[in-house]
Design a protein around this ligand. Sequence first.
Ligand code: NDP
Ligand code: 2IT
Length: 448
Amino acid sequence: MYNSEYLNKILEDVKRSNPNQPEFINAVVEFLDSMEEVVEKDPRIEANAILERFVVPERVISFRVCWVDDNGKIRVNTGYRVQFNSAIGPYKGGLRFDKSVNLSILKFLAFEQIVKNSLTGLPIGGGKGGSDFDPIGKSDGEVMRFCQSFMAELYRHIGPNLDVPAGDIGVGGREVGYLFGFYKKLKNDFSGVITGKGVEYGGSYARPEATGYGVMYFASEMLKVLRNDSLKGKKIIISGSGKVASFALEKANTLGATVVAMSDRNGWYYDPKGIDVEFALKNAKAKGETYKAYIEKYPNVAHGENNHDIWNVPCDIAFPCATQKEINVNDAMNLKKNGCFMVCEGANMPTDVEAIHYLHKEGVLFAPGKAANGGGVAVSCLEMSQDAMHLSWTFEEVDEKLQKIMKDIFHKCYDAATLYNEPTNIAKGANIAGFKKVYEAMLAEGLV
Ligand code: NDP
Ligand code: 2IT
């Protein structure tokens, strides 16, 4: 319950009109928790029904995706695109292919993307999409046929100035290539309609690295400003072994941190001396095989199959980089008990609301994903710029821009948190700073 009647009404309405969408409601609650003083200070928000509009997607597209597997059997999945908010730019956000995908998950992701994209300072709105297609164990041919069928419907809803998808869980370079190729064929148009492309055909250098590197740049700035400290010598945990986790691992290692534990969807492993980074990086490419490969090579390291147990590992900083709902309040208590002083989210919403409240209460620094993992979408937008200008920046040029963007994101969050009298509450700062730009644009554009 909030002190503000207005916020209570927004939350009640969201709950009523989105039954059975716990992830989406969780994301809205996390956001509204930061809004009490904002709506109090700025009566234009209520007078213009800004929040009522902000929590309802502008458009949700759902469609059937039929494809034929390698045995000639017809398979049917559901595809989605949630076009949540286009106040400050074309819808922008990834596509997730995972068997767990449903509308609640994609709505939470698209909702968080609005604030994240705003914080990058770049002109991109919020969207997300995907399918309950499970790429694990599928052949290249099956993935290609699925991607082509998916794009056969999606192509009419996207465009370089309308909606620009990218990767997320289960969607990497291979999937982006198939999706882009089929869009180009259907539209007879070569444009920057999807990001994360290979550098040979319009992709940006440093896009694959951007999210993981960006997380470490954000954490470094936060440590510098709030603790006069750095990543050097810190013991850290990185959950996951995918695109975000592996480049986070690489950058953390370069910056002098010791990564003591990692995981994938099959389990976690822990070596207090530091994991074998080279081996972990090599195996991160094999989906679902990273954990198995590691404990086969190092059978004596501590390991297990319950992913929550990774948060029992003693560390200075935890980087959840796999998926949503990784850290509950119990995990947060274990982290704190074992000496963890900071949680920095690489994934989207890996920490649940109760756990976030606990971390704040206990003085554990918390960097929300919508700020800390914004480097990926930021470089996606740099890819859009390069495509539009028909030129290509070097790796070093993009990396330099990324470092500046991540520092700027931190300072926007920190400044807003300070203005609202909680300088270390970076999650609150992120919500306020990200929302402000969007609602000013919504006000300027009138009732659309
Ligand atoms: P990937 O598919 O490349 O990797 C996901 C990793 O998480 C894999 O190691 C996977 O295990 C593990 N994983 C997936 N589902 C579960 C689960 N239910 N339980 C435990 N582990 C799981 O995805 P990304 O690295 O791209 O994305 C990771 C997170 O980062 C997501 O939350 C995504 O939304 C977010 N993100 C991604 C960005 C990007 O640019 N890619 C940008 C910003 C945020 P396995 O290896 O066994 O499959
Ligand atoms: O969650 C995210 O920010 C992403 N998956 C990246 C989105 C993008 O458009 O690059």
